[in-house]
Write a protein that binds this ligand. Structure first.
Ligand SMILES: Cc1cc2nc3c(=O)[nH]c(=O)nc-3n(C[C@H](O)[C@H](O)[C@H](O)COP(=O)(O)OP(=O)(O)OC[C@H]3O[C@@H](n4cnc5c(N)ncnc54)[C@H](O)[C@@H]3O)c2cc1C
Ligand code: FES
Ligand code: FES
Length: 461
């Protein structure tokens, strides 16, 4: 397979398709990228991929930072990658490296290449105005320096210089085109996916691999064939009409967030609470739902917005309500071989909607409890449609339909909120685990509903 590494065409013989880019780079002597965790948590392995800027500006490029520990080598076929080794030139360190080094932003230095790569992508981010956003380094963790000097370094960075890196962004980026090797296929059509699945028992679909690569790296799982969804155009749609929005299951969360400037507030709250920018640059909505995880963050949001899924398989396509999709713990309606093609959210969106996530850390953490509340009211203030959905309180993500139905026709006030709390408390039977006791989770479901009400009432007071 071919790819471009630090500006040079690089050819790889066929090897283990589950070898990560990080392991390969380090074995090749490119040891600037470090391994801190091998599960997307620390960012020490950050590299940049050259990706199309947006769906509309496909002829231009952007640098997209990603965790190389979550990229399996064949995923790079036809792609273009930069590692930290590429940044310094004979003229010396690049501005980002200098700012971090001279500003005291590096002590042991283990995390530094990762910070440098994320910040470099931010410096060259097309259309950036003003200082670099320190949140661009949200997936990079430092154990010894402390974040203050790193943030100061970020805020001191100027515009991207007029150099070869900037010139590269005016050229098109590679796209994911069909590719096949012995144990890794990236087909261009759904029909090929279904044929490959039928012919290869034990094969596994893979999208962004932010779950699959963790299973490979940490649990040592091996599959006879990985079938990548990255070249399926049907999974890349993003179409908004007056009646609905359809989002391709294969778009990364960043590819959804950046063009969707008119997204409802609850979605804008949800994006930054989901993992880190590095993970969001790979993780797809389809992958998140397909895992059937009770603590996946997309489900409560999409359940409250009454989303549906388009599912395709060898015998055709069908649309199912997301509320019918989750059957039991990590068990969904997907039959073997089937794929989620897209997610459809009806419009108009409810006017009152919030997403809340309770986790041990405010950012870059897995939910203990997540909730989304969405209410559509008429001109008289009566609730016409209610969505109340939670993650982390049952074996599957849940929609509390009894409370939703009770609210319809009522005014949204303290009394109706308290009655909804009571219904929620009787409907849910949360599980105990190391993240939170059942009693704590149940208390959270109710206090989040109260928070939603208090915020709305304060906003309209
Ligand atoms: C560090 C880290 C932090 C994380 N933080 C969060 C978080 O805050 N919130 C959260 O919800 N999740 C989190 N996750 C989990 C993960 O990022 C998400 O579940 C992600 O959305 C999965 O998408 P993916 O494209 O990477 O899926 P993959 O890993 O490629 O696939 C996951 C599963 O879905 C299947 N699949 C993929 N696409 C499809 C499809 N279109 N149709 C049918 N099946 C499909 C695959 O076969 C596989 O079984 C985190 C993960 C990491 C590594
Ligand atoms: S090694 Fe920690 S994110 Fe890759
Ligand atoms: S400088 Fe040591 S971990 Fe960041």
């Amino acid at each position: 397979m071919d790819f471009i590494l630090n500006g040079r065409k690089t050819q790889l013989p066929e090897g283990d398709p589950q070898t990560t880019l990080l392991d390969w780079l380090r074995a090749e002597g490119l040891t600037g990228s470090k391994e801190g965790c091998a599960e997307g948590e620390c960012g020490a392995c950050t590299v940049l991929l050259v990706r199309p800027r947006t769906a509309e500006k496909k002829t231009l490029s952007q640098y997209v930072p990603m965790n190389s520990c979550l990229l399996m080598l064949p995923m790079l076929a036809g792609q273009e990658v930069f590692t930290v080794e590429a940044l310094a030139t004979t003229a010396g360190m690049c501005e980002v490296q200098r700012a971090i080094a001279e500003g005291g932003g590096s002590q042991c230095g283990y995390c530094t290449p990762g910070f440098v790569m994320s910040l470099f992508a931010e410096q060259y981010r097309p259309g950036r105005v003003g200082p670099c956003d320190p949140h661009s380094m949200g997936g990079n963790l430092c154990r010894c320096t402390g974040y203050r000097p790193i943030q100061d370094a970020a805020l001191s960075i100027g515009p991207a210089p007029d150099d070869a890196f900037r010139a590269r962004l005016d050229q098109p980026a590679p796209t994911a085109i069909p590719f096949a090797s012995k144990r890794f296929h990236r087909p261009g059509t759904l029909a090929e996916c279904f044929q490959l699945m039928a012919a290869n028992p034990g094969a596994r679909y893979v999208a962004g691999a932010t779950d699959v690569a963790v299973e490979s790296n940490l649990r040592d799982l091996r599959w006879p064939l990985l079938i990548s969804t990255e070249a399926l155009v049907e999974l890349q749609v993003f179409t908004e009409t007056t009646g609905q929005i359809e989002i391709g299951a294969g778009l990364s969360l960043s590819e959804i967030e950046s063009p969707w400037l008119t997204a409802p507030r609850a979605f804008k709250e949800w994006f930054p609470l989901f993992a880190s920018p590095l993970v969001r640059n790979r993780a797809t909505l389809g992958g998140n739902l397909a895992t059937g995880s009770p603590i996946g963050d997309a489900a409560p949001l999409l359940l409250a917005f009454d989303a549906s899924l388009t599912i395709a398989g060898p015998s055709g396509r069908r649309q199912v309500k997301l509320s019918d999709f989750f059957l039991a713990y990590r068990k969904t309606l997907l039959a073997p071989g089937q794929l989620i093609v897209s997610i459809t959210i009806p419009k108009p969106f409810p006017q009152l909607a919030r997403f809340f996530k309770v986790a041990k850390r405010q950012l870059d953490d897995i939910s203990t409890v997540a909730a989304c509340f969405a209410l559509a009211c008429n001109a008289a203030g009566q609730i016409e449609r209610a969505g109340i959905a939670y993650g982390g309180v049952a074996a599957t993500p849940v929609r509390v339909t009894a409370a939703e139905q009770w609210l319809v026709g009522k005014q949204w006030n303290q009394k109706s909120m308290e009655q909804a709390q009571t219904i929620v408390a009787t409907a849910l039977k949360p599980l105990d685990d190391h993240r939170g006791s059942a009693a704590y989770r149940l208390a959270m479901t109710q206090s989040l509903l109260a928070k939603f009400w208090h915020e709305q009432s304060e906003a309209t007071a």
